[in-house]
Design a protein around this ligand. Structure first.
Ligand code: AHR
Length: 589
């Protein structure tokens, strides 16, 4: 193959081209990016009295545990607490343990910040908290006194002097059996944080945050995905239930089947996006929830006549993000939570995958949200993103549209040119979710025996890279993209493949991760035209060339999706030049 790169720029590359779609799936947030170590820390979104309500908690030395709402909780938002009954006859320390998100990392040199609430009608003795190995070795211990009949918050620090060999460690809480015999003690709202990314309070797990930050994403689409929508209207992601003190966040059962603490809330996301130097793409709830996965067309839709409260809710959410801190209620609320400056917000996505309910989207939902936001914020240049297939039925006409694709390597390679013919009519694509998910061309979201990938593969990553050359070459119409989903806790997940896999202390970056990183870190400001534009059908080579006019660097991104080595001679061609073009600029194998 002979490839000529012209020094002529065809168009600029938007700074928003590469990034991620984010929602709590696979314990990507709770148990993942969000650094909290204790699972089920406040018994949120569980049914008192059930075994499930005790997820991640276990008795120690014979205490009887149950989750109850029969006594008042630590706050109106957290009605559930842990009732610990100490038997009449017991000796030695007795209590309970939290096993974390399938383990707890114990690291010497780290300071852990812990807290819990406790009360008892009768017990006034000490509560001893420890980080312990499964075999009972204590890495750090603190004794706390002062339990009374009403809820009281206890705080403590752990500074282990040795690291644990593995993650099979627990957070152990005990009282003296003799002193507490026959008594009840109630506990609520626990927390244990290791050091966090950039030292943010209530912040992110350092290794995972650094891994994402190392790809320098420029957009962050959140908070879902299906997890925005809720399995019912009432269990949708509610922006205002994710704000303020953790005691004020009720949590919810997320769409992916486990309770979300909402500790990673709207402000934490917006701060994180700033830390990344990225732009938010805010998904707002647009009147559907995910009910029945076997028939997506039956998902419930809010009738037009009942939509106004949800529109108001979105208007208030936007006011919270961008409103003036002196003159708007939303801005005042934000300022009261510590952030005076409005956050930057340009892209607002109306819903998620409304292709499945395209009729109501076109009939009233898209229009209702876009018009209301536009009317309320005439001075903001919000860009609205539609989530149906391209449709002339949308009024106002969409300018940006979100396209999702989970498919086989073959699909991604054979569609690497799909944007080349897209009309340059002013409308733009957001590739808001994409990944090679299967080798099965006819069932890309099936199970592993039928071809579904457990993890990204080199074949899949090369195919994604091929597709990405097409996105970048056509970045005059593709303004942003978001690999999805991003994270997977190896001990509990709902979706494969994912870009980074981890447990309580380790992580693995996938081939797809490195593709994202390579494309994102090597960014031009302009696409350069190449000749030929594409390889012929038998050469599985895909490329895009760009130039960065700030650093004066030419980039060539190439993906060989075949199984053989290929030889390509690369020439940089200037329109009129005395350069000797007989000698290739590069000779690629
Ligand atoms: O990325 C996983 C899911 O796939 C998203 O939640 C949803 O938008 C899509 O169907």
């Amino acid at each position: 193959l002979i490839l000529n790169i012209s020094a002529t720029a065809t168009h600029t590359i938007p700074s928003t081209l590469y990034g991620y779609m984010w929602e709590d799936i696979n314990h990507s947030g709770d148990g993942g990016l969000y650094a909290e170590l204790l699972q089920n820390r406040a018994f949120q979104a569980v049914i008192p009295g059930t075994q499930n309500a005790l997820t991640a908690w276990q008795p120690f030395n014979g205490a009887r545990l149950s989750v109850t709402s029969k006594t008042s909780g630590v706050s109106p938002s957290l009605p559930n607490s842990l009732q610990v009954q100490i038997p009449q006859v017991v000796s030695g320390p007795i209590g309970f343990e939290n096993t974390g998100y399938w383990g707890i990392k114990v690291q010497s040199g780290w300071t852990y910040q812990g807290s819990f609430y406790a009360k008892s009608a009768t017990f006034t003795g000490a509560v001893t908290v420890s980080l312990k190995s499964a075999q009972g070795t204590a890495f750090a211990t603190k004794a706390l006194t002062g339990i009374t009949t009403s809820w009281k918050k206890f705080t403590f620090e752990f500074q282990p002097s040795v690291s644990a060999d593995n993650d099979e460690n627990v957070f152990n809480v005990v009282v003296d059996g003799k002193a507490a015999a026959g008594q009840n003690i109630f506990f609520g709202m626990f927390s244990l944080f290791p050091p966090t990314f950039r030292g943010r309070e209530n912040g992110m797990r350092i290794d995972l945050a650094e891994t994402l930050a190392a790809t320098q994403p420029s957009i962050w689409r959140f908070p879902g995905g299906n997890n925005l929508e809720g399995t019912s209207f009432d269990t949708r992601w509610k922006w205002n239930a994710t704000l303020g003190p953790l005691e004020d966040r009720p949590g919810r059962v997320g769409d992916w089947g486990y309770p979300n603490t909402d500790g990673l809330g709207l402000m934490e996301y917006l701060n994180w996006v700033e830390d990344l130097g990225a732009e938010p793409i805010l998904g707002v709830w647009a009147g559907i929830s995910t009910a029945n996965y076997s028939d997506l067309t039956t998902w419930p839709v809010v009738p037009e006549a009942e939509l106004q409260p949800y529109i108001d809710d979105v208007l208030n959410e936007i006011e919270f993000i961008v409103g003036d801190s002196q003159t708007t209620d939303g801005g005042k609320l934000r300022a009261s939570l510590g952030r005076t400056e409005p956050y930057s917000l340009k892209f607002i996505e109306i819903g998620n995958e409304d292709t499945f309910q395209a009729d109501s989207y076109a009939a009233y939902r898209w229009n209702a949200f876009v018009s209301a936001i536009g009317d309320r914020y005439p001075d903001f240049d919000f860009e609205f993103i539609a989530t149906t297939l391209p449709s002339t039925a949308l009024t106002p006409a969409y300018q940006r549209i979100d396209f999702h694709m989970y498919n086989s390597p073959d699909w991604f390679t054979s569609n690497a040119f799909m944007f080349d013919d897209y009309p340059r009519n002013g409308t733009k694509w957001f590739i808001g979710e994409y990944a090679v998910t299967s080798t099965n061309d006819t069932n890309a979201l099936g199970d592993i025996p039928s071809g579904r990938l457990a993890y990204p593969t080199l074949q899949g990553a090369a195919a994604e890279a091929a597709f990405m050359t097409g996105m970048e070459r056509n970045s005059d119409v593709v303004f942003a993209s978001a690999y999805a989903p991003s994270f997977q806790h190896i001990k509990n997940y709902q979706w494969t493949p994912d870009i980074v896999t981890y447990d309580a202390s380790r992580l693995v970056k996938s081939t797809s991760y490195y593709v994202q990183q390579m494309f994102s870190l090597n960014r031009g400001t302009h696409v350069l035209s190449t000749t030929p534009v594409s390889s012929n059908d038998t050469t599985p080579l895909f490329w895009v060339a760009s130039y960065n006019n700030e650093t004066d660097v030419v980039f060539l991104k190439v993906s060989n999706t075949g199984t053989q080595d290929l030889v390509a001679n690369i020439f940089l061609v200037f329109p009129s030049s005395d350069l000797d073009l007989q000698h290739p600029l590069a000779h690629l194998h």
